[in-house]
Design a protein around this ligand. Sequence first.
Ligand SMILES: [Zn+2]
Length: 437
Amino acid sequence: MNKYIKEKNKVDYNLFGKDVNDISTKYGLPQDVKFCKKCVISNQRPNSEVEFQHNETTNKKTIKLDENETCDACKQHDFKKNKIDWLKREEELKELCDKYRKSDGSYDCVVPGSGGKDSVMAAHILKYKFNMNPLTVTWAPHIYTDWGFDNFEAWIHSGFDNYKLTPNGRVHRLLTRLAIENLFHPFQPFMMGQKTVAPRIATAFNIPLIFYGENEAEYGNPLADNNLSTRDEKYFSLEKEKEFYIAGEKYSDLKNIFKLSDADLQPYTPISKQILSEKKIKVHYLGYYIKWHPQDAYYFSIKNSNFKASPERTAGTYSKYNSIDDKIDDFHFFSYFIKYGIGRATYDSAQEVRNGDITRDEGKQLVKKYDGEFPQRFAEEIFEYLSINKEEFADIFDLFEKPYMDKEYFMKIADNFRSPHIWKYENKMWLLRNTVW
Ligand SMILES: [Zn+2]
């Protein structure tokens, strides 16, 4: 059988020399790496992606730095701090809830989440402050951490009904493997399910209102996106007949080549625009109506849901309380570091600098110390998870030139996704050409 997923080529190290003229960039990233003067983020940070249109040829749009080298996320933060009338916004939320609240015992809103600090806070505020009757909805992690599972249970036991969709493990593993081979994006199939699970359940149960906590746009999407209370439907819906991709593969190829069925792919498939409009489903951000501070959400969830931080710091960073429920998460941020030169410590400290929790100099030191650390703690388990073994994948095993995953092959794939404008190769070591520190 023809090997459809070829072993990644050897890297041309000449492209990564010390002084290369006319250095090429991948993914349409800006050639000159610059850092925000207020936080620690670089101009390489990609905006939110419409994942079901994402393939190997996609060019990324990235965060804007203005003429004073201040990023959009910092400007948005200042705007929220100084320009928004939060009492008026809360009044708007009350009006929205009044419009949708049900008193016949049925659910009136959907709150997607995992039991992390943001979903705990969102569900509690809606239920206990605004007297709503939320249905919480969860898209299960790839492999729970022990503390992630405990936090999920604690959330539900603190007073909520929950529907959890756990994807077919065989399909989920295969798609995740393909997303790594094609896009070096181990979290992509998870994110696709995560974005569609709430609208899918809202549609099935006729619950027209969905509430997320924070708007991810606040971390760097164009400023205009932030002045809306609703999530743009382009991230989770599509006209029915349009072609789309999962894991960087065409939907039709996943069926024809990888032998997956429509039913197998259903959790990853965008919702039909027509159904969304017929059912009048709207996705709102609570962070638009209520001032959202990540550390406050953390303390709130300890108090109200028995939430526990991770007993150990997350690989690649210093933090212990955000995005801690999935063992593959470490690899998600590691892949960002390879592709964009931005690791998890950069993300965490950029946010904490903006929120005034740490200074920019402290942030720089944390980035220097932790960014890009290889996520060793769950590596063996994850590589086994990502391996295409002959027993379970007999019908497609031969499509892979390198079916089994190990650290050596994972790092070989990683090297193929490095961009020469971000990385240089010196004395057999990969080094960033530019750092914030
Ligand atoms: Zn900034």
